[in-house]
Ligand binder design. Structure first.
Ligand code: GLV
Ligand code: GLV
Length: 327
């Protein structure tokens, strides 16, 4: 009598195969989008669910699915979980940290470079057949080497970006975080702690890597953008809602800052149409962790958590371990 697990979105066949060794698996391999009612209908009677970061698990879902014991997210961020409601219902949440850190830091740096050096904008120009002559200021951007990198959110990914900037590109790195890093970690990242306002005023490139919470909603809005240098770039690889996208679109149109690079959006997969109208923004569809090996590692970690908890009573990366103690 194997425990029952629901896989909420399409995933590697190998992931389903591994789960099937231990569980009775129902999987959404057609990858249709389920409404909440459809999710609940399929989740009833299941002990575990494999989620991808898009499925909202809240009190309504938990009330309707009393057999549920664990939600394993294939993402480091878990703002799709109402973690307090999960704890109250005795449901464990797990995420997929660490395995995506370096891949995501690579992408943050790639997006920074593409934005500062206007790579997307210039490729569109070339593809449109507009390249007819050399010109002294054609797609002249801003430098990365030797500039000041400001990182808001100095978790593992932020630290990875700091090291890339300091060690690889000779950048001066400043950061802001809810809590200051230990001195040894600051030294390893060659990063100096500053207040948010000072960071915004002095950084040439601002990178956002904070988790989304009600407190981090619109960490960057019109007032914060107004503090930034007119030559600065803003990179968001954190979550939609960390930046006020409407205010950013206005700022980009009015050239209050030079450019932005966005991998995440308020209300994604919809993108604020005003952002689509401005040329000085690089837009990518939430792919910062998307390399084949890393996506496999993330899926494997979610599976490890489901097997770890439902079979061996030992989850790998629990988010609300108080659930374990309370049983
Ligand atoms: C992706 O956004 C993640 O949280 O893993
Ligand atoms: C966030 O959890 C990070 O790893 O930066």
């Amino acid at each position: 009598n194997k425990p029952k697990v629901l896989v909420a979105r399409s995933i590697f066949p190998e992931t389903i195969a591994r789960l099937s060794e231990h569980f009775e698996v129902e999987a959404n391999q057609s990858d249709e989008s389920w409404t909440k009612a459809q999710l609940i209908a399929r989740l009833k009677g299941k002990q575990g669910v494999f989620t991808t970061g898009s499925e909202r698990i809240d009190a309504e879902v938990l009330d309707a699915c009393p057999d549920l014991k664990i939600c394993a997210n294939m993402a480091v961020g878990y703002n799709n979980f109402d973690i307090d409601a999960m704890t109250a219902h005795g449901v464990l949440g797990t995420n997929a940290p660490d395995v995506l850190t370096e891949t995501t830091a690579d992408f943050g740096f790639a997006l920074l470079m593409a934005t500062a050096r206007r790579i997307s904008e210039s490729e569109h120009f070339l593809r449109a057949g507009k390249w007819e002559k050399w010109s002294y200021d054609m797609f002249a951007g801003s430098d990365i080497h030797g500039s000041t990198l400001g990182i808001i959110g100095m978790g593992r990914i932020g630290q990875g970006i700091a090291k890339r900037g300091a060690l690889g590109f000779g950048m001066k790195v400043i950061y802001h975080n809810r809590s200051r890093l230990e001195a040894s970690l600051e030294a390893e990242c060659k990063a100096a702690y500053v207040g948010k306002e000072e960071l915004l005023k002095t950084a040439d490139h601002v990178v956002l890597v904070v988790p989304y919470t009600p407190a981090s909603h619109h960490t960057i809005g019109a007032a914060e953008i107004a503090l930034m240098k007119p030559t600065a770039t803003l990179i968001n690889i954190a979550r939609g809602g960390i930046v006020d996208d409407a205010a950013l679109a206005v700022a980009l149109r009015e050239k209050r800052i030079a450019a932005a690079g966005l991998d995440v959006f308020e209300g994604e997969p919809k993108v604020n149409p005003e952002l689509l109208k401005v040329p000085n923004v690089v837009l990518t569809p939430h792919i910062a962790s998307a390399t084949v090996p890393t996506r496999r590692a993330m899926a494997d970690l979610a599976v490890d958590n489901l097997i770890g908890y439902l079979v061996h009573d030992k989850p790998v990366t629990p988010l609300n371990p108080s659930v374990l103690a309370a049983r």
